[in-house]
Ligand binder design. Structure first.
Ligand code: HEC
Length: 174
């Protein structure tokens, strides 16, 4: 799907929840069932992370079958909401909680640890007030990843792929 098609979906976010799309011409044949949360994802995140949660894995970490791992530890859980692209999202905290539950439980698929709780509106409202600003997002991520892997060792291979690609780029650029 092209970026133009993704942007065309943005109009959906202002529709009432019960709209069936009958009075509009959908941008593509698979759009009538497109939920609001998916529209929010496509507009706000999909340009970087890809429609299905996979894009340029070396530059943007995959979310598909991975994002759920961050729910393995409190630090990982907070990390996902502290990310500037998430914390500064124009969405309300209720919509952002829905979006992050879609990202973690929907796109994250089997990476979600047993017994993980969904994000609540109150939790998201609190966490998004402390976005990262002051130090390297990369070193913060490494710290979080170490913590998450400690709780869920099976996460190691997949969530480290992004760090390895970063390291390689730094070496190549020297
Ligand atoms: C401009 C591109 C861009 C946009 C837009 C963007 N992200 Fe990201 N996202 C990234 C990058 C780059 C990282 C890696 C951050 C780091 O180095 O810690 C990331 C990390 C993440 C992670 C953690 C995954 C990991 O393995 O570290 C999640 C979850 C996430 N983004 C969700 C979202 C959501 C939800 C949105 C939309 C509200 C969004 N992102 C919008 C580029 C983007």
């Amino acid at each position: 799907m092209s970026i133009t098609a993704i942007l065309a979906f943005s109009g959906l976010s202002s529709l009432p929840a019960h709209a069936d799309g009958g009075n509009m011409s959908p941008a593509s044949s698979d759009s009538p069932a497109l939920s609001q949360v998916r529209a929010h994802y496509l507009v706000g995140c999909g340009g970087c992370h890809g429609i299905t949660g996979i894009s340029a894995s070396d530059v943007v970490p995959d979310l598909k079958e991975q994002a759920g791992y961050f729910l393995c530890s409190p630090k990982g859980r907070e990390y996902m909401i502290h990310l500037p692209n998430v914390a500064f999202s124009p969405l309300s905290s209720a919509d952002l909680a829905d979006l992050m539950n879609y990202v973690a439980f929907g796109l994250g698929g089997n990476s979600v640890p047993v017994g993980a709780r969904p994000y609540t509106t109150a939790e998201v409202a609190r966490l998004r007030q402390a976005p990262f600003r002051n130090y390297s997002l990369q070193s913060y991520r490494l710290d979080v990843v170490r913590d998450v892997i400690h709780a869920c060792p099976q996460a190691a291979t997949v969530i480290h792929a992004y760090d390895l690609a970063l390291d390689k780029r730094e070496i190549d650029n020297k």
